[in-house]
Design a protein around this ligand. Structure first.
Ligand SMILES: NC(=O)c1ccc[n+]([C@@H]2O[C@H](COP(=O)([O-])OP(=O)(O)OC[C@H]3O[C@@H](n4cnc5c(N)ncnc54)[C@H](OP(=O)(O)O)[C@@H]3O)[C@@H](O)[C@H]2O)c1
Length: 258
């Protein structure tokens, strides 16, 4: 069987970087996107060492032209798409609704909602052809009304509903929203460094506590579950919001090639 081709956004660091290596270990070929081209090329090198053929398509996924270029270059190079993992996201701006900068809010939704929707929009014909999968990396914030997180949390709630609508429209593909838990990445560092100023004290303390109590998940652990659903989630789950630590998700994880 041909190696599955996975488009992965936000692959320059954090969960996306770990997911690139996990997908390579699972025998996938990769198309990697993020803004930092130099960092992305380093991730690509390491993924190649793990056996993957890798194409790098740097760019801001909040711009609709980047999404189209990402899919067009994937099809010119590999001729197929088996999975889209919409992982890139930003949490900022954080702060009370009354104080938020409207342009920063707009950028948040462009990256977190419009970007994933446009990658899917261009990839759909190819995904249908191979009964592919779309995994939209969401967040517990999509279903919890965290004060000071309105742009990010509403964007993730929109992404969950986009997932349901896509599942209803597209019976030939499998579409999931994925809840990755609380991961030890730059996004958590941003919350610790900027939350004191912009978040309610009790919420800020909760996030400080996650780190102090060793409750942050290593990106590699979450990446195993993310790539398992991207490569193997059953069609019956289409439209669902699945969590990385659910037993049925953990049961999809297979040992890697290297
Ligand atoms: N960390 C957590 O605890 C946590 C919890 C719940 C959900 N999540 C979700 O998990 C996913 C991964 O988060 P993470 O913690 O790994 O975040 P992260 O460490 O901040 O990494 C974010 C990734 O997205 C890329 N990115 C940001 N803006 C972009 C843009 N405009 N265009 C293209 N790429 C962009 C970044 O690369 P460049 O800067 O190079 O563009 C980076 O590779 C996100 O969807 C996040 O919402 C994380």
């Amino acid at each position: 069987m041909a190696s599955p081709v996975v488009i992965l956004t936000g692959a320059s660091r954090g969960l996306g970087e770990a997911a690139a290596y996990e997908a390579a270990r699972q025998g996938a070929h990769l198309v990697l996107n993020a803004r930092n081209a130099a960092r992305l090329r380093q991730v690509a090198e390491r993924a190649r060492d793990l056996g993957a053929e890798v194409l790098v398509v740097p760019g801001d996924i909040g711009l609709p032209l980047t999404a189209r270029r990402l899919v067009q270059q994937t099809l010119s190079h590999f001729g197929r798409v088996d999975a889209v993992v919409n992982n890139a996201a930003i949490i900022q701006p954080i702060g009370p609704i009354a104080e938020l900068d409207p342009y920063a809010w707009q950028t948040n939704w462009q990256v977190n909602v419009l970007g994933p929707a446009m990658v899917v929009r261009w990839a759909l014909p190819a995904l249908r052809e191979h009964q592919g999968r779309v995994v939209n990396v969401s967040s517990g914030a999509a279903i919890k009304p965290y004060p000071s997180w309105a742009p990010y949390a509403t964007a993730k709630a929109a992404l969950n509903h986009f997932t349901r609508i896509l599942a209803a429209e597209e019976p030939r593909i499998t579409t999931l929203a994925f809840r990755p838990g609380v991961i030890d990445t730059d996004m958590q560092r941003f919350i610790r460094e900027h939350g004191a100023e912009h978040m309610p004290p009790e919420l800020y303390q909760r996030f400080l506590h996650y780190r102090e109590a060793g409750k942050l998940e290593p990106p590699e652990r979450v990446a195993r579950a993310l790539i398992a659903v991207a490569l193997r989630a059953p069609h019956a789950w289409s439209g669902e919001f699945v969590s990385y630590d659910e037993p049925r998700v953990q049961a999809l994880i297979q040992p890697s090639n290297s």
